[in-house]
Design a protein around this ligand. Structure first.
Ligand code: HEC
Ligand code: HEC
Length: 144
């Protein structure tokens, strides 16, 4: 009897709190698609252009340099890495591209320098990304 008497108000308070929270969240969130009914077609999103304005200064010492050019045409998969046709040491000078750094040729386990990019650095876009002139999706207060 006493347990029930305590439990009912507690459950009620929780239910109201959850409803209020859900309401607050729903009020602030807009989907990327916009507030458009499922049956309607939304207007196309603006296309943000990749910034191609020369090499970008690093924000901190260990930062993988940002890519100062478009990359959508350069495929990277298990067999092919088209970034390497400009950034590998044999082609870099001819293409006017910076050679991948020496760390990218260094075997992770043994520290041995190899002749080609090591597997751990194969998927370049894991670390290197181009930038677009878009409004940031979330605020960023990063400082060095
Ligand atoms: C057709 C040749 C070419 C290809 C292919 C290419 N790049 Fe580049 N990349 C360049 C050139 C040239 C620069 C130097 C641009 C400049 O100085 O403005 C550069 C600059 C960069 C930089 C900046 C380095 C620094 O120290 O600032 C990074 C990172 C980079 N590229 C990564 C990539 C990645 C990742 C790919 C594949 C998705 C790729 N690149 C494909 C030619 C190429
Ligand atoms: C695990 C993260 C990582 C991956 C994967 C990676 N890089 Fe890097 N890259 C870096 C970092 C960090 C630097 C800064 C120098 C250093 O620490 O070696 C760098 C430096 C560079 C530079 C500048 C070299 C210089 O001397 O200015 C180029 C160009 C580059 N990377 C291209 C590439 C390409 C092309 C690939 C794919 C084949 C690649 N990177 C994969 C992290 C990465």
């Amino acid at each position: 009897m006493t347990v029930k008497r305590v439990l009912i108000p507690v459950v009620a308070v929780f239910a109201v709190a959850i409803l209020l929270m859900a309401n607050a969240i729903a009020g602030n969130v807009t989907s990327l698609r916009g507030q458009v009914d499922l049956k309607e077609t939304n207007s196309a999103a603006t296309i943000n252009h990749v910034v191609e304005d020369g090499r970008v200064p690093q924000n901190y010492r260990q930062q993988p340099p940002l890519i100062p050019h478009k990359i959508e045409k350069y495929q990277i998969n298990l067999k092919v890495n088209q970034c390497m046709r400009c950034h590998n040491w044999q082609y870099a000078a001819k293409e006017g591209a910076p050679k991948i750094s020496e760390t990218h040729y260094q075997d992770h386990r043994t520290g041995q320098p190899l002749d080609d990019v090591v597997p751990g650095r194969w998927f370049c876009t894991q670390c290197h990304v181009p930038q677009v002139d878009a409004k940031p999706l979330v605020e960023n207060t990063f400082s060095e």
